[in-house]
Write a protein of this length. Sequence first.
Length: 220
Amino acid sequence: MKHEPIAPSILYWGTPVVLLSTENPDGTANLAPMSSAFWLGRRGMLGLGAGSQTARNLLRTGECVLNLPSDEQADAVDRLALTTGNPCVSAAKVARGYRYRPDKFGVAQLTPVPSQTVAPPRVAECPVAMEATLAATHPIADDNDQERGRVLAFEVQVRRVFVHHDIRHPGAPDHVDPDAWRPLIMSFQQLYRLGPRARSSRLATIPERLYRDSEYVPVA
């Protein structure tokens, strides 16, 4: 098959959706869907617009929860689409159809539950919730005069991980069963379910404990 050159406007090839909860200046909770995220060890990298309410909250408080919805929460995630927790909606967001909604949990019809190590709440319905603190902020496209300052990459350190019982691996309580965990995937602005396993991977012969780094903290 021959490659053909294209010039896509976005490069959303497919990543898990994250519902990022942060604390607003008035102490209420903000909840925002995002998918520019990946993890290495106990660190997560989150790409966010610098002017978003989530970015402002994270820069101010240094705390967040990374709630990972399953494909069963697709409707809740979509209810949060085109909403912002920032009362000063930018002209660019207005043009895209965004509107201010202060009660994000209410909009999504999701349930906040208190976190153990950070102030923002976890989402009860999400099978995975990772409480995290801000470790560093990295500029994106800092070499581009027009894009400089518009997007930031937030490096967060995961402090505690919570999962629903039904995705824990039988016989290995600190492991997630990849056949039971069904993440919600964002690909080119559309929401998708994960398909069946393509095949067993030789990487899976490596015991997960060998990936533990110095930041690993066992559950007490």
